[in-house]
Design a protein around this ligand. Structure first.
Ligand SMILES: Cc1ncc(COP(=O)(O)OP(=O)(O)O)c(N)n1
Ligand code: 3NM
Ligand code: MG
Length: 205
């Protein structure tokens, strides 16, 4: 399977404007997953964003994953949740989401964390940050070899994240990333989101 594109929303959005931008991205090429990642907003803001964005994504047969909050992900009918090492523990998140939902886990640059997540039943493990990013202050710096190591050893998909752009994605694709999780590299692409999606798709061919 080729590397697939996993979109991460900006941490703050104007919902109506972003919904249009998201549709443009979704209709520009192949996208496997969209993660709603809003930061420092209240629960109703997350609910409203789910109500508006989730149908746009799911109607196109693309997975809609919520960051951080298995409780809200379950309530809103999301396809999955992404949890970090300081979020709801995996076991609890799985209990809330049920066995068929996607539960992805941040593993930073750690083989150990990834093996634990894999053993626990994570649907994917995420490594990062591969490159400098303005989206957040990453806790770790990952190198492409960890993707190569993971894919050689395990069947569970791995996600590469952190500062990924059309200019720097190739080493991660070559190292075997199953997914590239991208925020700024899509929404802030100088030539626009349509060009960005098409270019990422081309790199992943
Ligand atoms: C696909 C993916 N990978 C990693 C993260 C980071 O999660 P976390 O470490 O919990 O940090 P925040 O995103 O919550 O700031 C992610 N969201 N998605
Ligand atoms: C949300 C997130 N998690 C990271 C990690 O290293 O775990 S890096 C990151 C930011 C992703 O946004 P961008 O594509 O703009 O860098
Ligand atoms: Mg988190």
């Amino acid at each position: 399977m080729n590397t697939q594109l996993y979109l991460i929303t900006p941490p703050r959005i104007d919902l109506d404007i972003f919904a249009d931008t998201l549709v443009t991205a979704l209709d520009s090429g192949e996208i496997a997953c969209v993660q709603l990642r809003l930061k420092d907003v209240d629960d109703d803001t997350v609910r409203r964003a789910c109500e508006k964005l989730q149908p746009l994504v799911q109607d196109r047969d693309i997975a809609f994953v919520l960051n951080d909050r298995p409780d809200l992900a379950k309530e809103m009918g999301c396809d999955g949740v992404h949890i970090g090492q300081d979020d709801t523990p995996y076991k609890k998140a799985r209990e809330i989401m049920g066995k068929d939902a996607i539960v992805g886990v941040t593993c930073h640059d750690s083989k150990h964390l990834a093996m634990i997540a894999g053993e626990q039943g994570a649907d994917y493990v995420a490594f990062g940050a591969f490159y400098p990013t303005d989206t957040k202050q990453p806790k770790s710096k990952a190198e492409p070899w960890i993707l190569e190591w993971w894919t050689t050893m395990f069947e569970i998909p791995c996600v590469a994240i952190g500062g990924i752009t059309t200019d720097n994605a190739t080493p991660l694709i070559e190292a075997g990333a199953d997914f590239l999780a991208v925020c700024g590299g899509i929404w802030n692409h100088p030539k626009g989101v349509e060009h960005a999606v098409k270019h990422f798709n081309k790199l992943c061919e």
